[in-house]
Design a binder for this molecule. Structure first.
Ligand SMILES: [Mg+2]
Length: 312
């Protein structure tokens, strides 16, 4: 006989509470008015949140609750990675369609489990509501800086090398539901080379590099078309929709690789001797003047910094 499911909101909360870890950095977890965490003296607390809505960011009937849970924590972990931070704890708020509330909550939690465990994230609180609307989930992730400091978007300098950690494009074929947050990669890169600026590729390479350039005082960049690593999914998608694999690599979102800029000498050293488990591709250079350009065999072509517009 299978274990009976939890009944009602408080039954569900008890069920969740029994499956969450307390200890380590969490002095007080689920069950009080707030959670209490121990943070490292001298570190900055990092905080990020992301809301995902059925019909906009995923289709629940196609993806299932486990994949949604994995994605919801994964996108937040990717933002902590983009700062070269260490994740600590998550708060999860959900609006659950009435009638399926308990089953969905259990699925979401099961989907989050492996990534949370892998990166030492404690679930320390949240909010569960049921309503007549679609499924919505918001994860808030807390982390902290290491002694190497946080890497911001705003530090790029003219002449910096632009580097990405992996192949891009075509995530809609499935990778968008399975983020591989580059936490370990970001920490080892920051320890070795202190990048000037970093971001995770969520809106698309052109758009996210555009965010770095804008935050760094209106700089520009030239990308070398031949060096941009293209994911096999971008090739596959190109055969379906006729857009080139390079267009997919430049403009598709949700690759969750890191894009960073750093001193060209540091880039050379990093690429010659990459930290264990880290792949790096040098794809271009930061320019003093504004605008994003692509260097091809035929010369320089402007790149539109279009990407996913969340309010579009
Ligand atoms: Mg981000």
């Amino acid at each position: 006989m299978s274990e009976p499911g939890p009944v009602g909101e408080f039954g569900l909360i008890d069920w969740i509470r029994a499956r969450t870890r307390v200890g380590g950095r969490t002095s007080l977890g689920i069950g009080d008015d707030c959670a209490a965490l121990r943070v490292t003296t001298g570190a900055d607390l990092l905080a990020t949140t992301d809301m995902l809505m059925d019909g906009t960011h995923f289709r629940l009937d196609e993806a299932g609750p486990e994949a949604v849970g994995r994605k919801a924590i994964g996108v937040n972990l990717s933002d902590i990675a983009a700062m070269a931070g260490r994740p600590l704890a998550a708060l999860v708020a959900v609006a659950l369609p009435k009638g399926r509330a308990v089953e969905l909550a259990q699925g979401v939690l099961a989907g989050m489990g492996p990534l949370a465990q892998r990166y030492g994230v404690d679930l320390v609180g949240g909010d569960t509501n049921a309503w007549d609307g679609p499924f919505v989930i918001a994860v808030t992730l807390l982390g902290e800086t290491t002694p190497d400091g946080a890497v911001r978007r705003s530090g790029a300098r003219p002449g910096d090398a632009i580097v990405v950690t992996g192949p891009l494009g075509g995530s809609l074929l499935g990778r968008h539901l399975d983020p591989r947050p580059r936490i370990d990669e970001a920490l080892s890169i920051n320890r070795r080379a202190r990048p000037h600026a970093m971001i995770d590729v969520s809106d698309g390479l052109a758009a996210d590099l555009g965010h770095i350039l804008a935050e760094s005082g209106g700089l520009g960049a030239t990308l070398d078309a031949d060096t941009i690593p293209i994911h096999p999914d971008a090739e596959a998608l190109s055969r379906r929709d006729g857009r080139t694999p390079l267009e997919h690599a430049l403009h598709d979102g949700e690759d969750f690789e890191l894009c960073l800029t750093l001193d060209p000498a540091d880039a050379e050293d990093l690429l010659a001797r990459p930290p264990a488990g880290v792949t790096l591709h040098r794809i271009g250079v930061v320019d003093a003047g504004p605008g994003l350009r692509l260097a091809t065999g035929g010369g320089l072509v402007p790149i539109e910094p279009r990407g996913y517009d969340h309010l579009g």
